[in-house]
Design a binder for this molecule. Structure first.
Ligand code: APR
Length: 327
């Protein structure tokens, strides 16, 4: 059986980290693509030269693509997975939404390239503002909606889990957490469905293991998790945790693991929505998004979810206003 082929569109901070992790996990051969000539080639060669040390077998090709030149995507032909990070990241003081106009124009060429050369791929979008960009990528590529998803929930939940593990001084492995909604300031960390050793967070407050005030602080820090990293790095945004999160999703697809992972998926007939991309729990297997899991929300949680979906709808409307070809 031949190796899987994984195309990374964007070979910047996240793209390079993705390539390295994919090599270390031997998930398949990698094609790195970027408009910055030399970067995908250099990163690919550098990682390939680390393979004898770490003992993995994978090929790394670096390819220069041109914005809006669909033919330049020919090297991704037949890719099983495409992970898209092409675009620009935030700088301090910027929100993810500030990236909308520039990154939307990037999604057009990338989506058309994927639609032409990798129509059977599972596509994971990381470019921000996430929920609007994954929608645009699906529209421009024309791929089936269950095969086009956005990476946000795994990352937001990982941040939540890490902060909780720190607070409770327990292993991150024993903390599970749920974050729903859009990947922005309105995201919805769900304390009721988040647990330490199987014990829901509200019960842990009752048990006196933490206080509601501390929990509220952790929820807010989760919402601001991306901005905290941007504030520290100053020249760009987070890349290790986003890359690890997307690789988990790619692995779930390639190995048909049926993992239950939160991600920005197309939601229809659930959560009161009639068709939009937003963060929800899903099952990822060989069919891509095989199921959207609808959990019951109380009044407060539903109100937070509604606020978040409204924010995403606003971004999608802004995309349509910029590019008239988007239905
Ligand atoms: N086609 C291909 N690559 C492109 C294009 C394009 N049209 N436009 C930009 N790029 C490349 C850039 O040359 C750069 O190498 O995308 C890469 C982005 O890398 P970084 O600037 O290092 O950004 P990164 O931290 O990887 O984040 C990428 O993910 O988390 C989001 O908000 C973040 O939207 C940003 C994206």
């Amino acid at each position: 059986m031949s190796r899987s082929k994984i195309a990374l569109i964007g070979a910047g901070q996240i793209g390079g980290t993705l390539a390295h992790l994919i090599g270390l996990k031997e998930l398949g051969d990698v094609v790195l693509c970027d408009i910055a000539d030399g970067i995908p080639q250099g990163k690919g060669l550098d990682i390939a030269e680390s393979s004898p040390v770490d003992g993995f077998d994978a090929a790394f090709a670096g390819v220069s693509t041109e914005k809006d030149n669909v033919a330049s995507y020919a090297p991704i032909q037949g890719a099983d997975v495409c992970i898209v990070t092409a675009g620009v990241p935030r700088k301090p003081g910027m929100s993810r939404d500030d990236l909308l106009g520039i990154n939307l124009s990037v999604m057009k060429g990338v989506g058309e390239g994927i639609g032409k050369y990798a129509p059977d791929a599972f596509v994971i979008c990381i470019t921000n503002p996430l929920d609007a960009m994954v929608w645009a990528l699906q529209q421009f590529s024309g791929l089936p909606k269950p095969k086009v998803v956005g990476m946000a929930g795994v990352l937001d939940s990982a941040r939540f889990r890490y902060f909780l593990a720190e607070e409770f001084k327990v292993s991150v492995k024993d903390v599970s957490a749920f974050v729903l909604g859009g990947h922005g300031d309105t995201m919805v960390p769900l304390t009721r469905y988040s647990t330490v050793g199987g014990i829901p967070l509200p019960d842990l407050v009752k048990m006196g293991w933490t206080t509601q005030e501390k929990l509220d602080g952790i929820v807010q820090r989760t919402r601001d998790g991306g901005a905290e990293i941007v504030g520290l790095l100053k020249t760009g945004s987070a890349f290790y945790a986003p890359a690890a999160s997307a690789v988990q999703m790619a692995e779930a697809y390639l190995k048909d693991q049926k993992r239950v992972l939160p991600c920005a998926a197309w939601v229809e007939d659930a959560y009161g929505l009639d068709g939009m991309y937003v963060g929800v729990p899903t099952v990822i297997g060989a069919g891509g998004i095989e199921k959207v899991v609808e959990i019951s929300l109380n009044k407060d949680e539903q109100a937070m979810m509604d606020k978040s979906t409204e924010a995403v709808k606003g971004l999608v409307a802004a995309c349509k206003a910029i590019d008239g070809s988007l239905a």
